[in-house]
Design a protein around this ligand. Structure first.
Ligand SMILES: Cc1ncc(COP(=O)(O)O)c(C=O)c1O
Length: 431
């Protein structure tokens, strides 16, 4: 299998050799690495990406789940082009920041005010600080398998063994106020927090990196009550689920309203972004005209509210606002789930498809995957093998990661995924 890949990707192999000399591990973000080396892209449009050897792939990674309208949608490209004719970055106030904030307030139930950042990680960082500032407390509860970016206090318990930092260089002091609780287990979460005075609970309504695992509604409801009882803030990390599960994100999908929401990915229309949104009295803590330095929660940055990004984001949200596109994608998610599950069942392969709307992931295991332990206990080798075979067949999943549907995926693209999955299963059956 690797032989096929290597013979098709000679130019990528050459580039990777160059990359290793100047980029640690040869990449700009290690999740983008896969063995023996990643291929290099020089074109992306609609549902397709093309590598420098000319191989074309149907893309289900979609720029880390950013491109819900596919790569380079023409309405968004037009909006960006129009904006950059007027300036790429101002670093001064402009109307688009108001317009996009208004649009978020219109769409996201918990959003009364908004501040922009340049990444999801930054949004998580500022939301954590804001929650501490607003509540006057320090402890932040996060969940096993929860990924909120590389910010030190939240950079723990993302993958097994779920009790050590995910990186060296994170001090004990930074993690002193981080409490890790088990995902989808309200009883243990209540136990863990019963004697603690907590500032906030941060949770992805659907674990993304943790395996595409939807939270149980009762679990989220319990967290909502817990936060209200303890005068703590509930923070939804909707960096993946925002503008994907529903126009108002996971909170609309579940009907559970957090105090703060962090957003990213789809919001930038394909350009870098993050945002913190929430209730006015909380968000106003970022206003130094109202609060002196002892009570004010800082947020800012050179590229915040970059107009090129915001023009793309505004066009994106307006396109998604009425919910028709999202509903259609969610239905297509149900169908692809059914079709893939059917193949695995017919061939008696131990595999579970996790799905939430237009996001889906395979787990090679028999047991229902409702927490990240079960996701990591599934056979990772098989998943990597399956994804690598798909790559050889012209279908790209970042090996080991979820897939995301976009409006650009045609029925031929989805048929291809189904057919090639069946081919893989038949080959595995007979090998
Ligand atoms: C749920 C979630 N939160 C936070 C982040 C961090 O966002 P960024 O990579 O833009 O810093 C990500 C990124 O994958 C994410 O999936």
């Amino acid at each position: 299998m690797l032989k096929d890949y290597i013979s098709k990707t000679t130019q990528s192999k050459r580039l990777y050799k160059r990359a290793k000399l100047v980029l640690p591990a040869g990449v700009s973000y290690f999740i983008r690495y896969f063995a023996p080396y990643p291929f290099y892209i020089n074109w992306a449009k609609g549902s397709k990406i093309k590598d420098i050897d000319g191989n074309m792939y149907v893309d289900f990674w979609m720029g880390h789940y950013t491109h819900i309208l596919g790569h380079s949608p023409s309405n968004i490209i037009r909006a960006i082009k129009k904006q950059i004719e007027h300036g790429t970055h101002y670093g001064i106030c402009h109307e688009l920041e108001i317009a996009l904030a208004e649009q978020i307030v219109k769409m996201v139930p918990s959003a009364e005010m908004v501040r922009f950042s340049n990444s999801g990680t930054e949004a998580a960082m500022y939301a954590t600080r804001l929650a501490r500032s607003y509540t006057g407390k320090n402890k932040i509860v996060k969940f096993e398998g929860g990924w909120h970016g590389g910010y030190d206090p939240l950079h723990i318990a993302v993958k097994p063994p779920f009790n050590i930092p995910e990186s060296d260089g994170i001090t004990e002091g930074t993690l002193k106020d981080t409490v890790v609780a088990p995902f989808n287990n309200l009883h243990s979460t209540l136990e863990k927090t019963k004697d603690l005075d907590i500032a906030a609970i941060i949770i992805e309504p659907v674990l993304g990196a943790g395996g595409c695992i939807p939270a149980n509604k009762e679990f989220l409801k319990g967290l909502r009550e817990l936060c209200s009882d303890k005068s703590a803030l509930l923070i939804f990390d909707e960096i993946i689920t925002g503008f994907r599960l529903a126009p108002g994100g996971g909170q609309q999908w579940y009907g559970i309203i957090p105090d703060l929401t962090i957003l990213g990915k789809i919001l930038g229309g394909g350009l870098p972004i993050g945002a913190i949104a929430g209730k006015e009295d909380i968000m106003e803590r970022m206003n130094p005209l109202l609060f002196d330095q002892s009570k004010f929660s800082f947020h800012g940055g050179t590229f915040t509210a970059n107009p090129s990004t915001l023009s793309a984001g505004l066009e994106m949200l307006k396109t998604l606002e009425d919910g028709n596109i999202i509903n259609d994608l969610n239905n297509r998610g149900d169908k692809i789930h059914q079709r893939l599950a059917d193949i695995f069942e017919r061939h008696n392969v131990e595999a579970i498809i996790n799905q939430a709307g237009s996001l889906f992931n395979m787990h090679f295991t028999r047991e229902k995957v409702w927490n990240p332990h079960l996701a990591y206990e599934a056979d990772k080798e098989k998943l990597l093998n399956y994804h690598m075979r798909l790559i050889n067949e012209g279908i790209f999943f970042l090996p080991g990661k979820c897939g995301a549907l976009s409006t650009a995926h045609t029925s031929e693209d989805l048929d291809k995924l189904v057919t090639k999955t069946e081919k893989y299963v038949q080959e595995v059956d007979t090998s």
